[in-house]
Design a protein. Structure first.
Length: 260
């Protein structure tokens, strides 16, 4: 697990975007796992800019989003399908049939969730998974006590997650209580995982994920089992890490050796 404390959120976004653009250069048919929320927006802005400036071609890229709310139409302002269209898909020109979201409609969601997993496998698996983290340690919508071997399925959102996301809904507006999400086991199968976290509200979740025991109570701690995960943090999110100085030293050595 690599921990990179960045001087600013912009610098974290620069690093993650550079990783993706380099990977895309080597593999034009890159398979990306994508996240929503405020955290990845800077990365998406940089990818859109790279496309606009002719530095990147996304026409062969395929994408799989982590999660989506149940009960919101695709064009609802809070739906993740709309978020992704506005922040990335329209700007980089990924063909619509290359874009995938976990199923949220239909009578047989269970089979549809299995088909989503199958679609990921058929695409050759996810090359790079972008992640954020919830203040309760969730990844995707794998809430605390999610099985660390879980697959794509429907989850009930916790009060903490509902409260964290309530700001996006008008007073009196119905907030979705359920979502379909890739499982922790699904996420762990991605070849590389790049997680960003910003702000002091996430500091405890980051500490538990990086330094805590592997526990379904902090689902992001399962990332310790993955061989290629990088945490890109701002100073606030890194503030509770007990080995903070060590991670800084490791980073200085990496830069000096040119190993990353
Ligand atoms: C939601 C998403 C997560 C995301 C989290 C953090 O719950 N399902 O994938 O990581 O929000 O959001 P933000 O980046 O806005 O803090």
């Amino acid at each position: 697990m690599r921990v990179i404390e960045c001087p600013s959120q912009d610098q974290a976004a620069d690093l993650v975007a550079t990783e993706i653009l380099e990977a895309l250069h080597h593999k034009p048919g890159l398979v990306l796992g994508l996240a929503t929320g405020s955290t990845p927006i800077g990365v998406y802005e940089r990818l859109v800019r790279a496309r606009r400036e002719g530095r990147a071609d996304f026409s062969r890229v395929r994408t799989f989003n982590l999660d989506e709310y149940i009960g919101l139409p695709a064009d609802h302002p809070q739906s993740y399908r709309r978020f992704m269209r506005e922040h990335l898909f329209d700007g980089v020109g990924i063909p619509a049939h290359h874009v995938h979201f976990p199923p949220t409609e239909g009578k047989d969601l269970l089979s549809a969730c299995r088909a989503y997993e199958q679609a990921i496998r058929a695409a050759g698996g996810i090359d790079i998974q972008i992640l954020g983290i919830g203040s309760n340690g969730h990844i995707g919508f794998n809430e605390p006590t999610s099985s660390l071997a879980s697959r794509t399925r429907v989850k009930t959102l916790t009060d903490k997650t509902l409260a964290d996301n309530a700001r996006f809904y008008a007073p009196g507006e119905q907030q979705p209580q359920l979502a379909t999400t890739m499982g922790v086991g699904t996420i762990l199968e991605a070849r590389r995982i790049l997680l960003q976290s910003f702000g002091s509200k996430k500091a405890e979740a980051v500490r538990q994920a990086v330094e805590g025991p592997v526990s379904s109570f902090w689902p992001a701690s399962a990332l310790q089992l993955h061989p290629d995960v990088v945490f890109y943090l701002d100073g606030d999110s890194a503030s509770s890490l007990t080995m903070r100085e060590y991670y800084r030293r490791v980073r200085r050595n990496e830069l000096e050796l040119g190993s990353h």
